[in-house]
Design a protein around this ligand. Sequence first.
Ligand code: NDP
Length: 386
Amino acid sequence: MRRVTIFGATGSIGENTVDLIARAPERYDVVGLTGGRNVARLAEQAKALQADIAVTAFEACHEDLKAALAGTGIETAAGTQAIEELAARPTDWVMSAIVGAAGLVPGLAALKQGTTLALANKESLVTAGSLLLNEAKRHGATVLPVDSEHSAVFQALVGEDINRVERVIITASGGAFRDWPVEKLAEATLAQASSHPNWDMGQRITIDSATLFNKAMELIETKEFFGVGPDKIEAIIHPESLVHALVGFNDGALMAHIGPHDMRHAIGYALNWPERGHLPVERLDLAKIATLNFKQADPARYPALELAQFVMERGGLAGAVFNAAKEAALDLFIAEKIGFLDMARIVDKVLNALDGQGALACDALTLDKVQDADHLARQMAHDVAT
Ligand code: NDP
């Protein structure tokens, strides 16, 4: 039996992970699941998977979780400390699918036991890529990408030499507004930005797809995870979202990864790695698809991509600042306090202001430095927004 732990079990990635594990209960021993406010669902999952413990991130939700699991023998706990403690419980495979910067600490804690960390939480790599990967190396742990684009690059690189890579192309659907006139973007509403043309995901990542901040994060993740220079990483608009990424080699070959819109593919790859296992995902009918389209990403429509380039070139704490300012701006947009285009403007202003103060430079990232930069950038994002 393989011991597994899922952080962020009640979210979109978490649910897909639970789905795969629930299909083969004889193969998995579920150590623990975490969630946030959706304790009813967390309790259901814990019962279905017979988890040892269910943890909610919020103390205020603990009573409800206890009540939902009363008499089942499943332990409960609450709070960020409890999540960190769960990360220290012996396990073989951990899904890191908490949304936002809150996902970093549990992931770092899990690496200390030399486990395999399936990393969906983008923010861990964007804010603290070198810290996370060095920690993994130090403890003999393995980090596997779960983001579909990075899983695609990872798969295209099997058996290849990274030094022969000339370029990595990450595809982007273009988000909810890809066909809107650029002049109209300022009027985009929260409801419109929260609907994705191809993927069914959480609200935050769906809005990040409309701004292409999600893609910007993925470019930074690519640099951090694969150690490829910023000049070799590019994004291209691919409205069908079937080709997830392409890797170009020094002989001119381009290896593309094609798959359906189903995160269970990338999650399942990380779950079965280094082997491939049967997965319940659609088999693509290429004749039916017939056409795949690609077009250049227009920087005027997607300023987030230029910001990503800046972050990759600066390195240091630029990723932590970028992510925190982006999260703060997203909070303000979700609260309908700022407009759609203000999100990129705010992130740009915060990055430039802190760069001007020399606050992005950092030779060796530590958790403290990352968290300090995060707090500073959030505060500054609120200041520049008002
Ligand atoms: P969701 O918003 O759907 O789920 C997030 C999970 O985190 C939920 O379990 C939620 O609990 C929990 N959570 C929320 N706030 C906190 C907190 N402060 N502390 C601890 N747990 C918390 O997100 P997604 O599943 O869409 O995304 C998860 C991560 O994976 C993100 O980093 C995202 O960028 C990345 N990702 C997502 C993809 C997707 O297809 N969705 C694709 C690739 C990467 P609850 O819901 O109970 O409140």
